[in-house]
Design a protein around this ligand. Structure first.
Ligand SMILES: [Zn+2]
Length: 419
């Protein structure tokens, strides 16, 4: 480790210099239901040990319960309203085009990794999905010894862009498929090896939720994945570090008894009532990995071109079966701590067993291939694990006792709160 320095302040939170390396893992789609079941079965001895000797609870993630917003919350220590990444897409009302929100220029404020790197710490960020890489690595100078790469593009890493090369040989695994549990396991294996070899002060490992989208907690493939995670977490913890586990969001089954997705085709409903072209529904879950979920999630945004008011939209859709909430911009941003300048005129949240799409013709569900639709985005998927491998200090025990923790406090607890 670098020689101990003074504290580092990031977005209003002050972090002491880490006593030992801190490894934060975001188990993408890591709904607490998986851990509950597998811990009950005694299948996860390492995580069980963390909870027994360290700390474990269920925390609240940020809304909407999608991957990009929550990774940015974790890595900045702030809610969506502060860092600005409130989905994978928002609508630019100047051009009326959806804008992908993975660009680092859209991320407001600094990441914890960047500020520690500036202060002389060695930091490493590894993500499964390349779409997260640039924001997670925002402001990191990989030429100064820091590392930032994705397992999705592991075979393409260069010293100039990622701070590491020959990653497949280094990790000893083949390039993983985009739709595989190995895409996540590669991240962890790379983390174990880099931790042993370079001993970074901060290591952030972000997985992918392919397994959780596809398999419920009672399916054997989910158990196989979690056993592999547990084994890797144990090997990380054995390197004298603090391991912190959380998730970006949970995961809910959103299919009916026949196995068909329970979908509200919101654009079709709005077009039928107000006319085509008067409103635009944006599904902020949309990304390159649509085989996961057919771009169907539990949260969408509606923008009006002006002829119809938010109040009219809400009045028309609030009573649609399966819609849990339809809120105007101000109410949604106040309730869910989201940035108003990237919010739609209406924010729509689905009930736990239902998802919302735009128009039926716009979604390709062929990637589901007979699997029940499991997805996320709503309030019902905001519960996430919050687990530390080391015991809390008395001060942080008190802090944890007085509130439901937020997942974006994980770096605070891991760096400042452990003994
Ligand atoms: Zn995710």
């Amino acid at each position: 480790m670098a020689s101990p320095k003074s504290s580092v302040t990031v977005n209003g939170t002050t972090y002491r210099w880490p006593l030992r390396p801190v490894v934060v893992v975001c188990i993408d789609g890591g709904d607490p239901a998986y851990l509950r079941r597998f811990l009950d079965d005694g299948a996860l001895p390492q995580i069980a040990r963390f909870i027994a000797h360290g700390f474990g609870t269920v925390a609240d993630g940020s809304m909407p319960s999608f991957t990009c917003p929550n990774n940015m919350s974790i890595i900045t220590g702030t809610p969506t309203s502060k860092h600005g990444i409130s989905g994978n897409f928002y609508l630019d009302t100047a051009t009326w085009q959806p804008v992908v929100m993975t660009g680092p220029e859209l991320l407001r404020g600094d990441t914890i990794l960047k500020k520690f790197a500036d202060a002389g710490a060695k930091v490493i960020s590894i993500t499964a999905k390349d779409k997260l890489r640039k924001q997670l690595g925002k402001g990191l100078h990989v030429r100064q010894g820091h590392v930032s790469f994705s397992s999705e593009y592991a075979s393409r890493c260069t010293l100039a862009d990622n701070g590491i090369e020959n990653v497949l040989e280094f990790v000893g695994m083949a390039q993983p498929d985009m739709y595989s549990m190995e895409l996540s396991l590669f991240v962890l294996e790379a983390g174990v090896k880099l931790l042993a070899q370079r001993r970074p002060d901060l290591l952030y490992l972000s997985l992918t939720d392919w397994v959780q989208h596809k398999y419920a907690p009672d399916e054997s493939e989910a158990l196989r994945f979690y056993k592999a995670l547990d084994d890797a977490f144990g090997r990380l913890a054995a390197l004298d570090v603090t391991v912190a586990l959380t998730a970006d969001h949970g995961m809910s089954d959103k299919s009916n008894a026949a196995g068909e997705p329970n979908v509200i085709w919101l654009q079709d409903i709005l077009d039928a009532r107000f006319g085509a072209g008067t409103t635009t529904v944006i599904c902020p879950i949309t990304d390159a990995f649509v085989g996961h979920h057919g771009a169907l999630g539990g949260f969408v945004r509606v923008w009006s071109k002006g002829a119809v008011s938010a109040r009219d939209i809400i009045a028309h859709i609030a009573s649609v079966d399966g819609i849990e909430m339809a809120l105007d911009r101000e109410s949604a941003c106040r309730l869910f701590d989201m940035p108003a300048d990237r919010e739609g005129d209406v924010a729509v949240v689905a009930r736990q067993d239902v998802c919302i799409g735009s128009s039926r013709a716009a979604h390709d569900l062929s990637g589901l291939k007979g699997h029940r639709l499991r997805t996320h985005g709503g309030v019902s998927e905001t519960k996430v694990p919050f687990i530390l491998s080391r015991p809390l200090s008395d001060r942080y025990k008190l802090k944890a006792a007085g509130q439901t923790l937020k997942s974006y406090q994980i770096f605070d607890f891991a760096i400042n709160g452990t003994q």
